[in-house]
Design a protein around this ligand. Structure first.
Ligand code: ADP
Ligand code: MG
Length: 317
């Protein structure tokens, strides 16, 4: 099997057809139509073997993760994903691996009706790069830079499960059934595209939590030139993280990463309407603190009393 039949068999044949894809897989470049009134969002994430996953992991899971982390970035901007391209570097052609991998790509793209519009296939150490495109109504992209003093800070889900899965792989201290559950959380994050329209309506800033809450919230603060006070008891720690890490659970869940929940801010004036709308559509989120003028992150213990916040999160270099 050569590179061209590989592309045809595993990727071209499985791609969703979409009317806004004028030219898809098979030419020198894709040709795409952005609907009028929409801005185009573009994001790229790479998963590298032995860094983001182990080569022996299920290729279906690896593929799903590669798609979902990119979809999460589009969701964090308040967008709806539409097109993806896939740059795949493989050490050799293994059709069993490719069959499972391409099913994972297909199934996860199908979930959000995303068309695969092209890519690149090369030989080398296993790595997967996806470029995801999305639409957002013109001028409505939710940025990191819009948080204002007084805004409340929310996260959409519990923290720390994915990081605990990674820890369990080396410490072997987690019960097998729990480890299996945690691996599912690690490999199948759920991007919050369902929240995109509410984010556009209410969020003053947003980010997806990929490198740990403190690090990612700090990005919002730096971009918005503000700081944040967090309430320890309000941080939604995953119950298994509390169970296994006891008094270290809070620090761990805030620095772990790969949660792919959204962290966003809403102005005080808008917060009641926002929460009403969330309730109407049966969605929950956790208010964890508030934005303040004073730069940096801290825990607010009580009025006027603060503690420093844990800072580190995942960094490649
Ligand atoms: P070129 O040599 O012009 O860069 P390629 O031979 O690399 O083109 O790719 C042929 C076509 O297949 C292009 O349309 C490209 O976008 C697409 N393609 C290559 N690899 C992949 C892949 N892994 N998944 C989806 N499409 C791919
Ligand atoms: Mg060419």
């Amino acid at each position: 099997m050569d590179e061209f039949s590989l592309i045809a068999d595993f990727f071209k044949s499985k791609a969703i057809q979409a009317p806004n894809v004028v030219v898809g897989i098979g030419d020198d470049a894709a040709c795409l139509q952005v609907p009028s009134g929409m801005d185009l969002l573009v994001t790229t994430d790479t998963l590298v073997s032995n860094v983001h996953f182990l080569p022996q992991w299920n290729p279906y899971d690896i593929a799903c993760k590669a798609v979902m982390v990119n979809v999460s970035d589009i969701a964090a901007m308040g967008g709806i994903p539409c097109w993806a391209s896939l740059a795949l570097t493989l050490p050799h052609i293994d059709t069993t691996w490719l069959s499972a991998f391409s099913s994972g790509i297909q199934k996860s793209l199908e979930k959000f009706n995303i068309a695969l519009i092209g890519g690149d296939t090369t030989k080398g150490p296993l790595s997967i790069t996806i470029t995801m495109h999305g639409f957002v109504p013109s001028g409505k992209a939710v940025k990191r830079s819009g948080a204002k003093a007084g805004d409340l800070i929310f996260v959409t889900g519990e923290l720390g499960a994915a990081a605990l899965a990674v820890k369990g792989l080396t410490t072997h201290t987690i019960e097998p059934l729990h480890q299996e559950f945690l691996m599912q959380q690690l490999n199948h994050p759920v991007p919050r595209v369902d929240l995109s329209s509410l984010l556009r309506k209410y969020a003053t800033s947003a980010i997806d939590v990929s490198d740990g809450l403190t690090q990612d919230l700090n990005h919002i603060c730096m971009s918005s030139q503000v700081g944040a006070s967090l309430i320890k008891e309000a941080i939604p720690i995953h119950p298994l993280v509390s169970q296994y890490l006891k008094q270290d659970a809070l620090a761990f869940s805030m620095q772990g990463g790969e949660d792919y929940v959204l962290c966003f801010t809403v102005s005080k004036a808008q917060v009641d309407s926002f929460l009403n709308e969330m309730t109407k559509v049966n969605m929950i989120c956790y208010c964890i603190g508030s934005i303040e003028k004073e730069p940096g992150l801290r825990f607010k213990i009580r009025e006027g009393e603060f503690e420093p916040c844990y800072y580190s999160g995942y960094k490649h270099f």
